[in-house]
Write a protein that binds this ligand. Structure first.
Ligand SMILES: [Zn+2]
Length: 586
């Protein structure tokens, strides 16, 4: 089977494809996936498929029948071979969809390559004919323009970057790694390659070697947006083009890259048994996304810290912000991370103004669950590293059973303690219990100080307490979401309300904060707002802000054992009391 991909007029956003199938039999069934692994949403790629036709080796047309939204049948009449042609409109710049314009082409294969039903296990050859001057970067074996995937799964899991991208190459642990960068921006390729080399060595060291022959990082620089999608021996990452000089933003880019890289093991090779093999026709359900995403988030941060790329203080601040974010979601009291995993298909990838009230992120809470499991294991002389590696050793072939992680934790802690731990974390609601004492740390709480306060720090000393509204506001004081149970919720404020004035005086975000401070928890806001096209007056009786803003603080004193446990955990020295000065802004 041989695919041919070209883009003679890239500005039209059309990829031109053909597929030559030898010995097609009497009829062929062709199908385009409806989703791409790693991104659990039915994206209906077939809506961008057009001009499907087929011909025999003499060029005579063969009938093509559309079977449903994404499948076709070609009657070959016993021809020795059949060539199917189609085009794909590619104008959606995300890491899960394809994009083609005059500057480059990004092929997200699930939405581009039709599969031949029943022959997915055969080798799939691919010939690319890029426009003059363009190069092809992909992790598929072969090159520079001819590649062979061992089967359809490998083809789908190997995105291609076409164009005049900048390319950096480095060796790590004896294996060649490449970084292909499309788009202008302030990324320093040399510095990023050096840090990626450290990342590969740290993560490869964690797992005891690299499971691929070659690895490709595809980096797209854009004006806004942030995302990544993991693949077998590559990843596609999208990041703000000017996000590479500010240390915090650069650190965030490294987090994203190490996250996707860690997935080469956790989710690409160690996969949920429930997703083995992939079925591209529709949803596949697992309760384990808290493990595959949450534990990957956990190791993304922890391994950056161990690699020396994330200072311990910044790591603790990030953990405090994560605790804050989950503490502020009423939905964390309604859904477990297992349920959130099953609902990924309808909730996680379709966020709306009610997401925080109705659900919980299996990324965010999953990371806290991984931390809670690690803390419990460490107290008993084990750690989550061992669980992660044993899961890989046992189930990289065949898939991780739904209860696999609990089995491994039970083997270390005993069945009953493991069940209680999973009941409180994986199957529990709200924040998981975190006993950080053995690491010389404690979790502290306070009320939020203003709309920009994301937690993670002790905050400023407060002179007077502001009243609490409980609505998240966007630009122009438009309500983005309303927290269930808050004063805004009780007063009936709703998403898209535009707040204009309070007691007849124009509002801006600074002014609103001043009114909340002036009226205090006992006071009332008298708001004038637009709801759709209607001007309304709404009274909002305020209340005391909840203590939903958390941070991690080193204990006043730490014993040598606590200090040693902290270093064994994140590789850094215990930061010491007073590490996060009280004057640090939130
Ligand atoms: Zn991920």
């Amino acid at each position: 089977m041989r695919y041919h991909l070209s883009c003679p007029e890239p500005a039209t956003h059309l990829f031109h494809l053909s597929l030559e199938v030898e010995r097609p039999g009497e009829e062929l069934e062709l199908a385009l996936p409806v989703w791409t692994p790693g991104s659990y949403l039915v994206r209906e790629f077939a809506r961008h498929l057009e001009a499907v036709s087929a011909a025999d080796p003499q060029g005579r047309p063969l009938p093509v029948e559309r079977l449903d939204k994404h499948r076709f049948r070609v009657r070959t009449g016993g021809a020795a071979a059949a060539t199917i042609r189609w085009r794909v409109y590619a104008n959606e710049l995300t890491v899960r969809t394809s994009h083609l314009d005059a500057t480059h082409g990004f092929v997200s294969p699930a939405g581009v390559f039709l599969a031949v039903r029943g022959r997915e296990g055969e080798p799939h050859r691919l010939v690319v004919a890029p426009p003059p001057g363009w190069q092809v970067a992909t992790a598929l074996p072969g090159g520079p323009v001819e590649f062979t995937a061992r089967d359809y799964d490998e083809l789908v899991d190997s995105p291609l970057e076409l164009g005049t991208h900048r390319l950096a190459t480095f060796e790590a642990l004896g294996v060649t790694h490449q970084l292909a960068v499309w788009g202008r921006g302030n990324v320093d390729l040399t510095r990023l390659s050096v840090d990626l080399e450290t990342i590969v060595e740290t993560v490869g060291g964690f797992w005891g070697g690299l499971p691929y022959q070659r690895y490709l990082f595809i980096l797209h620089l854009t004006g806004k947006g942030r995302g990544g999608l993991e693949h077998l021996a590559s990843t596609a990452v999208l990041y703000p083009r000017l996000g590479f000089s500010d240390p915090e933003s650069y650190g965030d880019a490294l987090s994203l890259l190490i996250h996707e890289f860690f997935h080469a093991w956790n989710v690409k090779r160690l996969r949920p048994a429930a997703l083995t093999p992939y079925r591209y026709d529709g949803e596949q359900y697992t309760r384990l996304l808290w493990w595959f995403e949450g534990a990957t988030c956990y190791y993304e941060q922890l391994l950056l810290a161990r690699a020396g790329l994330l200072p311990a203080r910044r790591y603790l601040k990030a953990l405090g912000r994560l605790l804050t974010s989950v503490a502020r979601s009423p939905g964390a009291g309604k859904l477990t991370v297992e349920e959130a995993s099953q609902l990924a298909w309808v909730k996680y990838y379709r966020p709306d103004e009610n997401s925080g009230n109705s659900g919980v992120s299996y990324y965010q809470k999953g990371e806290l669950v991984a931390l809670a499991l690690d803390l419990a294991l460490r107290r008993a002389g084990h750690d989550l590293d061992g669980v992660m590696r044993e899961a890989y050793a046992r189930w990289a072939e065949g898939g991780l059973p739904e209860d696999g992680i609990e089995q491994l934790v039970a083997a270390r802690l005993g069945a009953e303690p493991a069940r209680a731990l999973f009941d409180a974390t994986v199957r529990g609601h709200g924040l998981p219990p975190l006993d950080l004492g053995p690491l010389g740390l404690q979790v502290r709480r306070r009320a939020a100080q203003g709309a920009d306060d994301k937690g993670g720090t002790p905050g400023k000393p407060e002179e007077r307490r502001a009243g609490w509204l409980g609505a998240e506001l966007g630009s122009g004081l438009t309500v983005k979401s309303v927290r269930e149970g808050s004063p805004a919720w009780r007063a009936g404020l709703t998403a898209d309300d535009e707040l204009l004035a309070e007691r007849g005086f124009r509002l801006d975000s600074k002014g609103l904060q001043q009114r909340l401070e002036e009226h205090g928890p006992e006071g009332t806001l008298r708001l004038t707002l637009f709801r759709r096209d209607e001007l309304l007056e709404v009274e909002v009786p305020l209340c005391e802000a909840p203590e939903d803003t958390l941070w991690l603080e080193p204990l006043p004193e730490a014993t040598p054992a606590q200090r040693a446990a902290f270093t064994a955990w994140c590789g850094a020295e215990w930061p010491g009391a007073g590490a996060q000065g009280r004057n640090e802004a939130p």
